[in-house]
Design a binder for this molecule. Structure first.
Ligand SMILES: [Zn+2]
Length: 474
């Protein structure tokens, strides 16, 4: 039986205790990779290198970079051919500054050269296939290894440890995964993943009708921290406010990632939890990461990869982020254009936290509107739906009125009626069982004034984000 049949058809029909057992089983499997020996070793190393001097960081990164470039040239056909055509050899790239000589790797390059980006040195059974759609809705496939996953989790835990948390701290994870079936209409609206020390709460159940059960759960279980997308935790805060409910057992910290934290979200979440909010920036491709320090500056996790800033337009303070990852030799990302932008601190500017790694003060480029469902949920991300939609070139979700959304799909030639039905089904599964989906098929999706793609556009008269800001002023 395939995993998707298990997840899509069997799991939602199981009684709650068996769903918890399934989460336990999955968590146990996850924990072997995410908290295993490699993770522990990496975390120890990271704690040790955290406050290295600028010179130590530079020499570490240059050495890692030379190794990566040599490895890619010798064993990854795509890089070898492309660099050879440009008459570049590994000797040309000696340090971080030399990276600018190499071409940028775009998402389209990865899509078109997927199999030629795999290292010939890595045995096939080590490869773990992953995919993401980012915010543009275009599916992107790549490989990672268990070792790379463990490294990334060590990076994420080092960030959390800066705020007094430790592996083993109990937390509530606010997720878009459908661990609680969408059509469930009575509590519990949560499941336990005990091997990973977490309770899972899904965004679809943080609605006005269910918020008092969710709050009771959070108040009777003392979680050390909350984690998840800012938009989901914000939804919790907003609906709790509106219902006049407060947290009796607030977490020590709220750890967010994967989305831009918008100012009104930060304000509302802080007001709701009274906890420290800390954010990290990363990408699912696992080729670069930056994490808040206690001064709330994003420090490049320099051991994990290099983040460069490439000019977007003259006088624009934010620069496009290019990632060169040290974590995964099996499918290297070198100067990979993630599609986000950051505002860098000047090189050499010391942070009062005592870290010397390069730093960004702000991340831009992931701001989007919300869609409001008839159930009252505010949905910012539609990635889940389009992960497997290979016949879709690009998609934008527009909401003009309550109860309905328009999917503006740029089709590939293979797109057909089957895809339309599949997208409608997925919206009903992931977003709302009652929302209507209309389709439009433009030739292309226009960009905003800043050249950025907006994945979600709300044209509701009183948009969710306006309501949120108004609320915070009261
Ligand atoms: Zn700092």
């Amino acid at each position: 039986m395939s995993e998707s049949v298990l997840v899509e058809q069997i799991y939602p029909r199981l009684p709650v205790f068996l769903q918890n057992a399934a989460c336990w089983y999955y968590g146990k499997k996850e924990a072997r990779v995410r908290c295993g020996k490699i993770f522990e070793q990496r975390l120890r190393e990271l704690m040790n290198s955290e406050k290295w001097s600028a010179a130590e960081i530079e020499s570490y990164q240059n050495e890692k970079l030379r190794f990566l470039i040599r490895h890619a040239y010798d064993s990854v056909p795509y890089y070898r051919e492309r660099w050879k055509a440009l008459k570049l050899s590994p000797e040309d790239i000696r340090n971080r500054g030399d990276l600018a000589k190499l071409p940028v790797l775009t998402k389209e390059d990865v899509r078109q050269n997927f199999s030629r980006l795999v290292s010939e040195r890595v045995s096939r059974h080590e490869l773990v296939r992953r995919h993401t759609s980012g915010t543009t809705g275009k599916a992107l496939h790549f490989y990672v290894t268990n070792e790379a996953i463990a490294f990334q989790w060590a990076i994420w835990w080092r960030h959390r440890m800066r705020f007094g948390l430790e592996p083993g701290s109990w937390h509530a994870n606010f997720t878009g995964k459908r661990v609680v079936p969408l059509d469930q209409s009575s509590p519990p609206y949560w499941r336990w993943n005990r091997p990973m020390c977490q309770a899972l709460l899904t965004m679809h159940h943080l609605t006005p009708a269910k918020i008092s059960s969710v709050m009771e759960f959070l108040n009777t279980n003392h979680f050390d921290f909350y984690s998840g997308y800012p938009s989901i935790i914000h939804m919790l805060a907003l609906n709790a406010f509106e219902a006049g409910l407060t947290l009796d057992a607030p977490p020590r910290a709220v750890v967010t990632g994967a989305e831009n934290m918008l100012d009104f979200q930060r304000r509302d979440i802080e007001k709701f939890t009274g906890a420290i909010l800390t954010d990290q920036y990363g990408c699912s491709e696992g080729c670069g990461n930056a994490s808040h320090c206690p001064q709330f500056v994003y420090h490049e996790d320099f051991e994990f990869g290099i983040l460069e800033g490439a000019e977007l337009s003259p006088n624009h303070p934010a620069k496009s982020i290019l990632c060169t990852g040290f974590g995964c030799d099996a499918f290297p990302f070198i100067r990979y254009e993630v599609g986000d932008a950051g505002v860098w601190q000047q090189d050499g500017a010391a942070c009062s936290c005592g870290r010397h790694s390069r730093a960004m003060t702000r991340i831009e480029g992931r701001e989007d509107d919300y869609v409001v469902t008839p159930e009252g949920a505010r949905i910012m991300r539609f990635d889940y739906i389009f992960k497997d939609a290979l016949n879709v070139s690009e998609v934008q979700i527009v909401q003009e009125q309550m109860g309905e959304i328009t999917a503006r799909v740029v089709r590939r030639s293979s797109y057909g009626a089957k895809d339309e039905a599949e997208i409608s089904r997925e919206v009903q599964r992931w977003i709302s069982p009652t929302i209507r989906v209309r389709f439009e098929y433009p030739g292309e999706i226009e960009r905003g004034a800043n050249g950025k793609f907006r994945a979600v556009v709300s044209r509701l008269k009183s948009s969710a984000s306006t309501q949120a800001s108004d609320h915070a002023n009261h």
